[in-house]
Design a protein around this ligand. Sequence first.
Ligand code: HEC
Length: 154
Amino acid sequence: MTISTNKWTQVVVAAAVVCGVCVWAAVAVPLHAQAASGIWSGVYTDAQAKRGEGVANKACVSCHGAELMGGEAGPTLVGLEFLGNWNSLTLGDFFDRVHATMPADAPGSLSLQDTSDLIAYVLKLNKYPAGEKELPTDMSALGQVKIEGQPPAK
Ligand code: HEC
């Protein structure tokens, strides 16, 4: 009797584990895939954009103008003219460009975290919505986020 009770317990526990994995696969995997792709789903936080604004005010506005709207020594990073250059490329491409070539008077001087924060600020200026999670510094994740000028059709 005791033995068969134990066996049933094992069967129930095993079934519960299998079920748990199914539920996880059904719920977590699509959520993750969604979070990894849509630039309109909120890929940075407001606090991060705020930090990026601080970095931009020190390292970028001298050329790109107040709020990066364009200055004497650098083009605007806001609006259609800018987004047209980046449409259908990814945040990975954008990250690489900023990290490798900017600020133009000291390329390579930005930390990975400052670069990520700057991108969050540029996304905010271009009216992409903020979300719950910070933009990472990890290239493989950034490379999955396409820069889309329009919200995806519902
Ligand atoms: C010394 C002046 C100068 C500074 C400082 C500077 N930039 Fe630039 N930036 C330029 C110029 C000039 C261009 C256009 C020529 C080029 O593409 O290199 C440019 C181009 C860019 C582009 C490409 C724009 C596009 O439409 O594709 C990005 C993105 C950018 N800068 C980001 C930044 C960020 C972020 C910072 C602050 C860390 C920064 N820049 C600081 C001068 C500057």
